[in-house]
Design a binder for this molecule. Sequence first.
Ligand SMILES: NC(=O)c1ccc[n+]([C@@H]2O[C@H](COP(=O)([O-])OP(=O)(O)OC[C@H]3O[C@@H](n4cnc5c(N)ncnc54)[C@H](OP(=O)(O)O)[C@@H]3O)[C@@H](O)[C@H]2O)c1
Length: 261
Amino acid sequence: MNLGLKDKKVFISGSTKGIGFETARLFLEEGSTVIINGRTSESVKYAIDKLDNKNVSGIVADFLNDDQIDDLINRIPNDIDIIINNVGIFKGQDFQSETIKDWDDHFKVNLMSGVRLSKHFLPMMLKKNWGRILFISSECSSLVPGDLLSYSVSKASVNVFSSGLAKLTKGSNVTVNTITPGSTLSEGSKIFLQETAKRESKTSREIEQSFFKEVRNTSLIQRFLDVKEVATTIVYFASPLSSGTNGASIRVDGGSMGCIN
Ligand SMILES: NC(=O)c1ccc[n+]([C@@H]2O[C@H](COP(=O)([O-])OP(=O)(O)OC[C@H]3O[C@@H](n4cnc5c(N)ncnc54)[C@H](OP(=O)(O)O)[C@@H]3O)[C@@H](O)[C@H]2O)c1
């Protein structure tokens, strides 16, 4: 299937690792030109070297730093076709241990990164009458685990913002959608599994099984998603082929959020 992504210009926030990195790799395979992003020149260079493709470049910017965000926005070409709002942070801790700064940081990175990019680039996409804006949310926006409150609430606000933003595209060929992944085996999750396994003298597989039995028992697939399972969905909904989907929330959660009739 030809996704029609050749020569499309793509920006992916937080893409030196995990889902964002895999998404960059797949866009490059489709012939797109991709700008990746991370907080340090070392991590961005490392990811660019690993992608090893003439069509990839990178912008170093921390979404907690206003000046760096302004600089990033100035450096992304105005005719960008596709924006993937992927950057996301989370801290697993109980509500009383979370500081107000933790809440501010979650909203700044998880929600305001996409608000700022959309404010700048949506008018230009509307002017050229083509564009894709995708937000990467999380199953936590609906499951709301008690030890991930600031993360879950920030992701729920991403869903609301995305559906509202889509309304501003009415009558155009620009679409705005949300992709909602379930627990995914990114680098961070792999390290978490390995460390827990070592601490509890178990294998990573045993830790994975008990996580899905005890914590994420609503998951129908009872395993972590691979980053590729999420990235392929992102790339399809960023492609011209997805033109019939707008204002939607697409789940790649292995069924964890429950069945919708
Ligand atoms: N993994 C999961 O289980 C899961 C489940 C549901 C939803 N999601 C969502 O999917 C998205 C990607 O998650 P992931 O697990 O693939 O991420 P990850 O592996 O933890 O990678 C995070 C990426 O974001 C960058 N980053 C972190 N903080 C940043 C900041 N302040 N400014 C700029 N870049 C920053 C990191 O780059 P540097 O280190 O180079 O700075 C890295 O490239 C997130 O929105 C996450 O909430 C993940």
